[in-house]
Design a protein around this ligand. Sequence first.
Ligand SMILES: Cc1cc2nc3c(=O)[nH]c(=O)nc-3n(C[C@H](O)[C@H](O)[C@H](O)COP(=O)(O)O)c2cc1C
Length: 348
Amino acid sequence: MGWVADADLVAATGRAGGFGFLAGAVMTPEEVAGGIAAIRRQTDAPFGVNFHMYTPQASRIVDICIAEQVRAVSYSRSPDSATIDRFKAAGIICIPTVGALKHAVKAVQLGADALVIQGSEGGGHTGQVATSILLPQVRAAVDVPLAAAGGFRDGRGLIAALSLGADGIAMGTRFLLTQESPVPDATKRVYLETPPERIIVSPVLDGMPQRMVLNDQLQRLIVASSPLLAMRAVKNAFAMSRQTGDSPWALLKSGWKMYRAGDQSLGATMMSANAPMMIQEAVVHGRPETGILPSGQVAGLIDDLPSVETLISGIITEASTTAERVAKLTFADSKSESGAPDSDGASQ
Ligand SMILES: Cc1cc2nc3c(=O)[nH]c(=O)nc-3n(C[C@H](O)[C@H](O)[C@H](O)COP(=O)(O)O)c2cc1C
């Protein structure tokens, strides 16, 4: 999670038995290298790095991941097959996140070792198909380990995901709402208070469907005219250039590469500078009323800020009791009592 999965949150996740990904997609190469070192100072547990292949310095981040021998990399836009081959030759596991069946199939063809399957409930950029539909769809089509994402927060969800064919779960929003998450308290409070129906999907921020809290700022973007959005994008592109040290020309070249790859429209590409600046306003600077809060719908079910250790151990305990409860159910008896079809298909 951009600006959220920092070294401390990743290290805490590893110490608690989870597997965290450093938010390399919004970091400079120097910040990624510093983040890897900071994680290793805190734990020996394995971890990965998330990166975005269209950022201007993506190839340097790839080099750092390989040189540092991180355990895994994650991405939502697949790098070219030569880059994937380099990761694999270095023994680094490739775990892309996909939100549609065709992207899952393509990612495996390109060499993915495992997949995170994110249903439309999930936070940030997200697809159109719900986790409960996408997961069995992908399970039937590919033969690599799957982590289900989008809507998970507890042990019951873990068992549900396993039942639908996953090998585990991946969570974003639940980790954002922990003690170790660096998100300022004022912003965490807004996440905790928002009901599920006010966590919506809109393309208005950067042209691609993204799930976010419907606060006043998002409402203003939704009613703003296209020229106003375009002007905001230009302003934010210059602000981003100052922040990352990438020249406006380098940002323009990245946008052009993304557009040429056919991943999104020209309008969407031009708006893509909006997201980083407006998200940081809320999740880094702690001003939720003027920023944008990417969020899974599951935030509407979350009302606490546990430590990562308490969260993960609670999930394991609840998964065990849920599995025991489910194992005790006797479907054969309830079938004959309810008048459901018997073995030859006839209804009693
Ligand atoms: C604030 C926020 C930032 C995110 N940033 C990224 C990112 O930089 N890269 C990425 O691959 N996914 C990103 N995601 C998606 C998460 O990694 C994860 O797949 C998603 O949150 C899962 O759904 P859930 O929120 O229902 O758990 C982000 C999600 C949130 C809520």
